[in-house]
Design a protein around this ligand. Structure first.
Ligand code: FAD
Ligand code: UDP
Length: 373
């Protein structure tokens, strides 16, 4: 009997390849017509711009094993991601760094002066319990209100006091002029887009690929199912739906360069979208050869039953629901849940790939030893 991989994003592709390389037969399916899951990118027919169809994706990692792995499947070009933010009619550099602080407060402070200045503004909260407390203790009320309060309410649809502190901890505060959005040593873009990388991962003997196919409609018995779809969907939402935010992209085109950068955040709450992404800036090596430009205005809202789930909300009631699904999964044979939707976590691509490589090794060893997967 063959193995079934549900979902042809990075999770499914990496595990599918590993099983096939170990000599197993694999059927990989995806309900979309395209490969790559949410990382899918394709060239726009009108402008030639490589568009990140489900939102901007920047590969960044400190994991050598993952970096070596992805480079086997395509040509990667170094890319240093920078983000600017509009607040109160002015443009600033993000994440908050010495330039942001000096420009915002109209000062010329040294690193030590800025550190002391921010420390004096920051609220002394020993253990920040939520996003707002984390922000107030990191950067104080002025920067919090200018850059985080409105944006976060738009992005998450709830008060920042209801969100975990961990969401903000993803972003650093720097007392230097270093303005790289990510701190990882390896940051790159695939020259031909992510979909070509996923295609190359799955191009191995032993894998049959079926797109536009829902797992629910497949009538075949499998040795085991590796499911990278939503865990609640697998159990037919028996305990309810895990909450997600979804995104609406308002696409528009422009001749020339619209905003001069890949990502411009709009932090004021009066502006209904969170950011505008200009996709040709994700490919600086070809950007200047392209006259046309493709842009997305990004709007965030609660995910409905027909929408694509993007960001897991993970509030207290969802944590409880998730525990019920996880314990149901543990007592259900024949299926393993993987990836961002299978585990209901926000996972960057590099973490997704690292976890998929680890899961593959465990599964292959278990099959060899006749143990439970
Ligand atoms: P997915 O890519 O979601 O793949 C799962 C696939 O399974 C989907 O194609 C889905 O349609 C399919 N599927 C689900 N259920 C079924 C079913 N029942 N039958 C058939 N098919 C099914 N990461 C970064 O490292 N850098 C970034 O800059 C970055 N930006 C992001 C921006 C946004 C807006 C979002 C939401 C995420 C971003 N990520 C980023 C995270 C990245 O998207 C994930 O790490 C990655 O997509 C996870 O891959 P996956 O295979 O687990 O899931
Ligand atoms: N955030 C913000 N303003 C910004 C950028 C980010 O308030 O200009 C907040 C927002 O709540 C976001 C979180 O910081 O979800 C983490 O930022 P990140 O860039 O990791 O955003 P994500 O990947 O969630 O889009």
């Amino acid at each position: 009997m063959r193995y079934c991989i549900v979902g042809a994003g990075f999770s499914g592709a990496v595990i599918g390849r590993a099983l096939a390389e170990a000599g197993h037969k694999v059927l990989a399916i995806d309900d979309r017509a395209t490969l790559g899951g949410n990382c899918h990118s394709e060239r726009d027919a009108e402008t030639g711009v490589m568009v990140h169809i489900y939102g901007p994706h920047i590969f960044h990692t400190g994991n050598e094993r993952v970096w070596d792995y992805v480079r086997r499947f395509g040509d990667w070009i170094p890319y240093n991601h920078r983000v600017q933010a509009v607040s109160g009619g002015r443009v600033f550099s993000l994440p908050v760094n010495l330039l942001t602080i000096n420009q915002f407060f109209n000062k010329v402070m040294s690193p030590a002066e800025a550190r002391a200045f921010i420390a004096a503004q920051a609220e002394k909260i020993a253990e920040p319990k939520n996003f707002e407390e984390q922000a107030l203790s990191m950067i104080g009320p002025d920067l919090y209100r200018a850059f985080f309060r409105g944006y976060t309410r738009k992005q998450w649809g709830v008060e920042p006091t209801q969100l975990p502190a961990s969401i903000l901890k993803r972003l650093p505060v720097r007392f230097t002029y270093e303005d790289s959005y990510f701190a990882h040593p390896y940051q790159a873009m695939p020259r031909e887009g992510y979909t070509e990388v996923v295609k190359a991962i799955l191009a191995v003997d032993g894998v049959e690929l079926r797109l536009s196919t829902r797992f629910e409609d497949v009538d075949e018995k499998f040795a085991h199912v590796i499911y990278s779809g939503p865990i609640d969907r697998y159990f037919d939402y028996e305990y309810g739906r895990l909450g997600y935010r979804t995104l609406d992209f308002e696409r528009f085109t422009h001749r020339g360069d619209y905003q001069g950068t890949a990502v411009l955040n709009y932090c004021d709450e009066e502006v209904p979208f969170t950011r505008i992404t200009e996709h040709k800036h994700f490919a600086p090596w070809e950007r200047d050869k392209l006259e046309g430009s493709v842009l997305y205005r990004e709007f965030s809202r609660l995910c409905g039953p027909e929408d694509i789930p993007y960001y897991p909300i993970r509030q207290t009631n969802e944590e409880a629901m998730l525990r019920r699904y996880v314990s149901r999964a543990e007592s259900t044979g024949g299926v393993s849940f993987v990836g961002r939707l299978g585990s209901y976590r926000y996972l960057d691509m590099d973490v997704t790939i690292a976890e998929a490589l680890d899961a593959s090794s465990r599964m292959i060893a278990a099959i060899r030893d006749g143990a439970k997967l």
